[in-house]
Design a protein around this ligand. Structure first.
Ligand code: 5GP
Length: 181
């Protein structure tokens, strides 16, 4: 599991990790939030309306799901099970509450917290991304305070001051874990 505040650069780090480590796949989550420009159905997320999401919840399709900043996000069991059944590792990019739920459901999961170098830098990155309104950025920064305060719950913390360096650290965590350490 890769967790950490919105704007910490989790997506960039994960994309680099996938170039460094073989036999890992990312789990594509479902969400009710609108697609951002450039995001594709089935690549970044499965985009669904609340009705479809609720039906998935009722059908037991989700390993975990949460409401985050006014939208629903959830990990689909099929995404995780399919990859694990192949013998590969699966990377979940999820927020704090979901990470806690996965930890209970799959105690063998390794939890990595990706931290921004500072809250000022986080705010700068979220604004620079230009994908959220000022209100949404303020909500995400407020959630980030809680998330950073919980970093100690994770098995590892990686500061994303430089994405390449952070990805090398995460790749090493995966390799060590595979060796059974
Ligand atoms: P964003 O809207 O920026 O793509 O995602 C918002 C937050 O939701 C991020 O912290 C992201 O890691 C988290 N997230 C994405 N998918 C899931 C999921 O399936 N479950 C949970 N719990 N969080 C998710």
């Amino acid at each position: 599991m890769i967790s950490g505040p919105s704007g910490a650069g989790k997506g960039t780090v994960i994309a680099l990790v996938k170039q460094l480590v073989v036999h890992v796949a990312t789990s594509v989550s479902a969400t009710t939030r609108a697609a951002r420009p450039g995001e594709q159905e089935g690549r970044e997320y499965y985009f669904m309306d609340r009705g479809a999401f609720a039906r998935g919840v009722a059908a037991g399709d989700f390993l975990e799901w949460v409401e985050y900043s006014g939208d629903l996000y959830g990990t689909l069991r099929a995404e995780v099970d399919g990859t694990l059944a192949r013998g590969d590792d699966v990377i979940l990019e999820i927020e704090l509450v979901g990470a806690r739920a996965v930890r209970k459901a799959l105690p063998e999961a390794t939890a990595v917290f990706i931290a921004p170098p500072s809250m000022a830098e986080l705010s700068h990155r979220l604004r620079g991304r230009g994908t959220e309104s000022d209100a949404a950025i303020a909500r995400r920064l407020s959630i980030a305070q809680t998330e950073v305060a919980a970093a100690g719950e994770f098995d590892h913390m990686v500061v994303n001051d430089d994405a390449e360096r952070a990805a090398t650290e995460v790749a090493a965590i995966i390799e060590e874990r595979r060796k059974g350490n």
